[in-house]
Unconditional design. Structure first.
Length: 239
């Protein structure tokens, strides 16, 4: 545990403030699996945030012999920049806005409502697609480990946490290969434990900088990983 980040934060000090520490998302999942060995063969469910979190989460599920599910969450993007977000929407309709950013950007109520509506539709389409592949069959688990490929602003993770708690999940943990220290502190306050192998500070932060090989994960790749996983809830450990 790192007291400077929070009593419930676990990181790897030897990776602090380093870039290019993981070959790819799968390698990030392998490093995390070594940090979470106490959960091996237990009752927890690995819950991935698609798309980027799925390759990481699948490795965790394999290595720890745990079931795998999805929590579909999407950021609400700016009208003039589809890469930047000012909030997020979860699979159950939960919406969270970055109010301070909204105020600074001067977004109108109409722009905000259009952004939320567009994102709700996007999430609904993803839910429909992935549910047909055996995912999103309910979150009755008592213990969840939420996984993404990194934490920048952390808004998508915050919304996913809120949605899981609304679904009655008793114990929520977060596991990410990399994250900005400010987001880690903010998110850790709302979960039981937060695991982050590569914690970085500074004004400029990009999740991709932690990886040597980085590219967007398509919905087709997510679907392929789910098919490989097998039937809902089936552990996928590889020896």
């Amino acid at each position: 545990m790192d007291a400077s980040l929070g009593k419930n934060v676990v990181d790897l000090p030897e990776l602090r403030d380093r870039t290019a520490v993981f070959r790819d998302r799968e390698h990030g999942g392998e490093i995390l699996a070594r940090m979470l060995t106490d959960y091996s063969d237990g009752e927890a469910t690995i819950i991935a945030i698609p798309a980027g979190g799925v390759p990481v989460a699948k490795v965790l599920a394999e290595r720890l012999n745990l079931s795998l599910n999805l929590a579909v969450v999407s950021k609400i993007t700016l009208p003039w920049n589809p890469e930047a977000g000012y909030g997020a929407v979860a699979y159950d309709g939960t919406v969270r806005l970055n109010d301070s950013l909204v105020a600074r950007l001067g977004l109108t109520e109409e722009q905000i409502e259009e952004g939320i509506d567009k994102t709700l539709k996007k999430v609904a389409e993803r839910v429909k697609k992935f549910r047909g592949l055996g995912a999103l069959q309910g979150f009755s688990t008592k213990q969840a480990i939420l996984v993404d490929d990194g934490l920048a602003s952390g808004f998508t993770m915050l919304v996913a946490i809120e949605a899981l708690k609304r679904a009655g999940v008793g114990s929520v943990h977060v596991a990410v290969p990399t994250g900005h220290e400010s987001s880690i502190v903010r998110i850790a306050s709302g979960v039981d434990t937060l695991y982050c192998a590569n914690v970085r500070g500074g004004f400029s932060f990009a999740v991709a900088d932690a990886y040597v090989n980085w590219s967007d994960v398509s919905e087709e790749e997510v679907a392929s990983l789910l098919v490989e996983r097998g039937r809902p809830g089936k552990p996928v450990r590889k020896e």
